[in-house]
Design a protein around this ligand. Structure first.
Ligand code: HEC
Length: 106
C-alpha cells in the first residue's frame, strides 16, 4: 500500500467518525428547538432547510458562515425576521446541524 493511499484512508476514517447520522441530526434539531422555526420542506418563521441547501450549493465557505450565523443569530438574508442566537448549542452540534442542512436535511 502506498503512503499517500494510507493517508487518504486515515482521513476518510476520521471524517466518517465525525459524521452524524441523519436521524441524530433530526433529534438534535428538535432538542435545540430549531424545529420551532424551521422545517425541511416549507418556510415557517425561518427558511425551509431545503431552500437553505439550494442557496448555498457549491459555496465552500457556507458551512463556516452558517455555523457562525446559527450561533450568533442575525437577519437580512431571508427577510427582516431575525434568527435569535443559539449560544447554548455546542459548536460541534451546530456544525453537525449545518452539515445536515446543507446536505438537504433529509
Ligand atoms: C425563533 C425562530 C428560529 C429558531 C429557534 C431557529 N432559527 Fe434558524 N432562522 C430563523 C430565521 C428568521 C432565519 C432567517 C434569517 C435571515 O433572514 O438572515 C433563520 C435562518 C437560518 C439559517 C440560514 C442562515 C443564512 O444566513 O442563510 C440556518 C442554517 C438556520 N437558520 C439554522 C437554524 C438551526 C440549526 C437552529 C437550531 C439550533 C435554528 N436555525 C433555530 C429563525 C429561527
Amino acid at each position: 500500500m502506498t503512503r499517500s493511499l494510507m493517508i487518504r484512508l486515515a482521513l476518510a476514517a476520521a471524517a466518517a467518525s465525525v459524521a452524524v447520522p441523519a436521524s441524530a441530526a433530526v433529534d438534535m434539531a428538535k432538542k435545540y428547538n430549531c424545529t420551532a422555526c424551521h422545517a425541511t420542506d416549507k418556510k415557517l418563521v425561518g427558511p425551509a432547510y431545503k431552500d437553505v441547501a439550494a442557496k448555498y450549493k457549491g459555496d465552500a465557505a457556507a458551512a463556516a458562515k452558517l455555523a457562525e450565523k446559527v450561533k450568533k443569530g442575525g437577519s437580512g438574508v431571508w427577510g427582516p425576521v431575525p434568527m435569535p442566537p443559539n449560544a447554548n448549542v455546542p459548536d460541534a452540534d451546530i456544525k453537525a446541524l449545518v452539515d445536515w442542512i446543507l446536505a438537504g436535511a433529509k
